[in-house]
Design a protein around this ligand. Sequence first.
Ligand code: PGA
Length: 250
Amino acid sequence: MRYLVAANWKMNKTVAETLEYLEIFLPKVEDINVVDIMIAPSFTALASASLKLEHSNVKLGAQNMYYMDKGAFTGEISPLMLTELEVDYVIIGHSERRHIFGEKDDLINKKMISAVEHGIRPILCVGETLEERELGKTLNVVERQIRTGLAGIEKDLIYIDIAYEPVWAIGTGVNATPQQAQEVHRFIRSLLNEISKGNDEKTRILYGGSVNDKNAKELIKEPNVDGFLVGTASLDPNKFFNIITEVLEV
Ligand code: PGA
């Protein structure tokens, strides 16, 4: 399986800053062809980033999208707007979308279906809060998020990636230990296998939550960790490159 190392820049970097980053980053990774690399900049930087990435080995991602093609949905971005810019990936159901903006499983499911229909590879984000973990509900929460997120597209799992991102680990500097990640990743792999009837061999299970160039090496060694979704550490081209290097060495 080809690993994926993905950057989620969240609400950071202007167009100028995006281009500045790519000037530094692209030459560093131009010879890397054994792992997939993706960057999800802000919506306003997508068009410029798309031109810049056109002849590169770095894929372009969006951080969100609405599921309808067009219409009266003030402030939303449609899949057609993303495919026009040759966006390859879209992050769906990120915990900040779920917890700050109130996205529910059924909306996330509609977005997942729409992304697959439009040929944009969705990364479905799942993960428990600290409270849910302390109550022993981690696997139940993850199972619910995955079953509802993938409802109706179980046969399309080869076009989908999953990111396990425990909410308590996102942006906190406290990553899940390799053992904690592995426990959930193993569970997700068997769940995917069951719901896709074995058709999940191309579905990567990424880990996200305070991944940096210090902890990446240990996390990626775990058998069911197939890459990373990186927030904070991806904002620095050198740190992001170092994380990719750790993945290459596995
Ligand atoms: P973080 O963010 O690396 O800053 O924890 C990860 C994410 O939210 O995808």
